[in-house]
Design a protein around this ligand. Structure first.
Ligand SMILES: [Fe+2]
Length: 198
């Protein structure tokens, strides 16, 4: 059973003006599809074939093609679910309570934005859940993520922001900070809470 490109639950133009339709379409149909195809090729006939996508993050990343494309598939699959037209503006429930413990929502926004803006080159900013239930902000290069043993900071991703240029260049060009600021308008905090409670 091969991995497949997940369908989006909203139209490509649903996140405008934060993320434009053309960027969404290319990002999903071209970039994400390529990660899926390359991951399937990389694991075909290996001991990783048939493993879950989460398991592949934890055990397959000693192989560069699996690390890059398995990470790419996992990260993007999560990312699409974390976006919603209109956004829900602020954290809810347990995530809201945990964010309070690390300084509150404004401090979180500042820390998360800094992680996203200062990640050199391509990568991701994350909010992760630690094993004790606390949350923390971190970032990873390329298509790495905090499930991977190679990550500086381990944890379960509950919010992620793609800061590769392919995620924003058509609309924002070199203005990554503007893209990062706008991201807060389309976050699906209900989904973040669902991931935290899993
Ligand atoms: Fe991407």
């Amino acid at each position: 059973m091969s991995f497949e490109l997940p369908k989006l639950s909203y139209a490509y133009d649903a996140l405008e003006p934060t993320i434009d339709a053309k960027t969404m379409e290319i990002h999903h149909l071209k970039h994400h599809q390529a990660y899926v195809d390359n991951l399937n090729n990389a694991i075909a006939g290996t001991e990783l074939e048939g493993k879950s996508l989460e398991e592949i993050q934890k055990t397959g990343t000693d192989k560069p093609a699996v690390r890059n494309n398995g990470g790419g598939h996992y990260n993007h699959s999560l990312f699409w679910e974390l976006l919603t037209p209109g956004g829900s503006k602020e954290p809810v429930g347990n995530v809201k309570a945990e964010i309070e413990k690390i300084g509150g929502f404004d401090k979180f926004k500042e820390d998360f934005s800094n992680a996203a803006k200062t990640r050199f080159g391509s990568g991701w900013a994350w909010l992760v859940k630690n094993s004790d239930g606390s949350v923390a902000v971190t970032s990873t290069p390329n298509q790495d993520n905090p499930l991977m043993p190679v990550a500086d900071k381990q944890g379960t991703p509950i919010l992620g922001l793609d800061v590769w240029e392919h995620a924003y260049y058509l609309n924002y060009q070199n203005r990554r900070p503007d893209y990062v600021n706008a991201f807060f308008d389309v976050i699906n905090w209900d989904k973040v809470e669902e991931l935290y409670n899993k």
